[in-house]
Design a protein around this ligand. Structure first.
Ligand code: ZN
Length: 208
């Protein structure tokens, strides 16, 4: 309808990574439980290792705190319940003493069957990092830092520097409103392990 506005948006998308998920309307401020579900849905869809039906299972494993490593949680999941037969494990390229329960096996897509012992863990890690970004932004919003002149915004803290999308963002400061939680479009990271740190300029307090 407005060709000029349309053009502007397209240009902005080229220079600035935009999150995969559709931004939520301001009126609908999601609850943490809803954020968890969206994080898991994004991870299942982006990685393609688990079937969409596994969403509830992974949401159930997504903890509030990063206390137990997803590997531990999911090893227990693979250990629990009826196990695949030795022949079935062999077909998947697994040792006979590897744990793979039938329910965990049923969650796997074709791509997931290539990495049957890692698929759940990768999905849960990616979801966990998204949820932790949400938590860190929430805690900054709730802190006294916002509105203080020493607070300059949020600084990207990127782990995977080889990613063409995340890597260049490391150390870049953006405003709190600009900070998003979902992995970026075009990001090549499996787990999208990046976070935010508050950017604080203590000298600003002295520049009166
Ligand atoms: Zn990336």
């Amino acid at each position: 309808m407005w060709p000029f506005a349309k053009k502007k948006v397209r240009e902005a998308a080229l220079t600035k990574p935009k999150p995969c998920a559709t931004p939520l309307p301001l009126a609908a401020v999601p609850l943490p439980a809803e954020i968890k579900r969206q994080a898991v849905r994004e991870a299942i869809s982006a990685l393609g290792l688990l079937k969409p039906e596994a969403e509830d299972t992974i949401v159930g494993f997504l903890a509030d705190e990063m206390e137990t490593h997803p590997r531990q949680t999911l090893t227990e999941y693979r250990k629990g319940g009826e196990q695949l037969s030795k022949e079935e494990k062999k077909t998947l390229g697994l040792r006979s003493n590897a744990f793979l329960s039938r329910r965990a096996y049923d969650d796997l897509t074709e791509a997931g069957l290539e990495v049957p012992l890692k698929a759940h863990e990768t999905v849960l890690l990616r979801s966990t990092f998204t949820f932790q970004r949400y938590r860190s932004l929430q805690s900054i919003k709730a802190s006294g830092l916002v509105g203080d002149k020493v607070f300059k915004g949020m600084r990207y803290d990127v782990l995977n520097m080889s990613c063409p999308v995340c890597g260049p963002l490391d150390g870049v400061t953006i405003t709190l409103d600009e900070a998003t939680i979902f992995p970026f479009e075009g990001c090549t990271c499996h787990t999208a392990n990046w976070g935010y740190r508050p950017s604080v300029d203590f000298l600003a307090a002295w520049n009166n």
